[in-house]
Every structure is written in structure tokens, then in C-alpha cells.
Design a protein around this ligand. Structure first.
Ligand code: COA
Length: 196
């Protein structure tokens, strides 16, 4: 993503395109719902329900991420180490830090959709938690079949399961605002960034 400039009263069109979209999640712990059964999409292709990323996903996940932004190949070892770090909290951890969810195509296990959710543990609001959804992308061949909604919903479900998590926020381009609004998000404030 290109760097955004500091906000001024004379914000450029590009700055105005950079948005932070926020929705509020009820602040109470809830168990994670059971995963849905595999579903046939409009295209006729069959996809498995969202699951956590595994080291075996590297070969299809990295090219998928390149449809979103710069994602140079990483070694098998580096990928596996990062996945182990992401997954070390495990299912049911009361204070997870991050999940990367992926949707595999049933026929070949190729990853065709992904999203990540990261948890920010705050001091304010009585030590509340804020969830950040990032890196949402669906393979170009599989868009419009409900997979984008599926991976974002999976992230929101993870957030709902974290005690004290009261909102889910994300940044998106103007062209994706309607997509997130369909999923229940609301336009809120603006995004600021400093690239290091
Ligand atoms: C944005 C993206 C993730 C959407 O994924 P998708 O699988 O095509 O979306 P879905 O099929 O789940 O769409 C869910 C609903 O949102 C609608 N929708 C999808 N993209 C939309 C858009 N850009 N604008 C308006 N509505 C949109 C769909 O029509 C569908 O509506 P319906 O429930 O009434 O049928 C996908 O287009 C993509 O990967 N784009 C490139 C990467 C990107 O921009 N990622 C977002 C980074 S913030």
C-alpha cells in the first residue's frame, strides 16, 4: 500500500480514499461457533470452511497474498516459524494475539481466500480488547462466491470469542467500503500511516 500523508484540511483525493471502518462488537465472551460444513459456491467449485493457516499452505498462500500487496516468497523454514508463532496461542486461548484464517479449495487444498485478525490489549475501557482485521484477499478466480464474507466473518467470530473484545476495525480502499458495509461494518474516521 502506498504511504499516506499526514491529515490536513486540504487532504488529497488519495487521502480521502484511505478509510478506517469500524464496527462495535458486544463486550462479552462467547464460545467459538462450530465451523460450517463445506459449501458449494455459485461457480460450482467446492471450498472447505475457514481454518488456521498451516506450514503446508505456503505454496498457495504466498501467491494469493501477492494479489493484495508486496509478498515476496519466504523460505519454508521462515514460513513455518511464522505460522508456529501465529498459532501458538491455540484454540480456546483466553488471550490470543493473532489468527490467520485460510479457505482451501477442496479439490487440491489450494488456498483461495485469507484474512488475519490481530488483538490489541488495552488499558482503557477496563482493559478492553480491540480486534484488527487485515490482509483480506480472495483469489481472482473465486471472487463473488462468498469467500470474502466467509473469511471476514471467521475473523469476527474469533473476536467475539475473546473476552472483553468490544470492536473490530479495519482499513480499506474506497472501492471496498460497500463490501464491508454489507458485512455489518460502518464507515468511521480516517486512516493515518507512517511507513518506516
Ligand atoms: C474485496 C474482496 C475481498 C471481496 O471478496 P469476494 O469473495 O469477492 O466477496 P463476497 O463474494 O464474499 O461478497 C460478499 C458480498 O459483498 C458484495 N461485494 C463484494 N465486493 C464488493 C465491492 N467491492 N463493492 C460492493 N459490494 C461488494 C458481493 O456482491 C456480496 O454481496 P451479496 O451478499 O449481496 O451477494 C475481493 O474482491 C478481493 O480479494 N479483492 C482484492 C483484494 C482486496 O481489495 N482486499 C481487500 C483489502 S481491504
Amino acid at each position: 500500500m502506498p504511504p499516506a500523508r499526514a491529515h490536513t484540511h486540504r487532504a488529497s483525493a488519495r487521502q480521502q480514499e484511505r478509510l478506517t471502518t469500524t464496527t462495535t462488537i458486544l463486550r462479552r465472551p462467547r464460545p467459538r461457533p462450530p465451523a460450517p460444513a463445506p459449501a458449494t459456491m455459485a461457480s460450482g467449485a467446492l471450498y472447505n470452511p475457514p481454518r488456521d493457516v498451516t506450514p503446508e499452505d505456503r505454496n498457495s498462500l504466498m501467491p494469493l497474498l501477492r494479489q493484495l500487496t508486496s509478498a515476496p516468497d519466504v523460505s519454508e523454514e521462515a514460513f513455518a516459524a511464522r505460522v508456529a508463532m501465529l498459532n501458538r496461542d491455540g484454540d480456546g486461548d483466553a488471550m490470543p494475539r493473532q489468527f490467520c484464517v485460510v479457505v482451501p479449495r477442496t479439490s487440491d487444498n489450494c488456498i483461495v481466500a485469507t484474512a488475519s485478525v490481530t488483538f490489541e490489549y488495552k488499558l482503557l475501557r477496563s482493559c478492553a480488547v480491540c480486534a484488527h482485521v487485515e490482509d483480506v484477499v480472495v483469489d481472482a478466480s473465486a471472487r463473488g462466491a462468498g469467500l470474502g464474507k466467509m473469511v471476514v466473518d471467521a475473523c469476527v467470530q474469533r473476536a467475539r470469542a475473546v473476552e472483553g473484545c468490544y470492536k473490530v476495525i479495519l482499513d480499506c480502499a474506497e472501492k471496498n467500503v460497500a463490501f464491508y458495509e454489507k458485512l455489518g461494518f460502518q464507515r468511521k474516521e480516517v486512516q493515518m500511516a507512517m511507513y518506516l
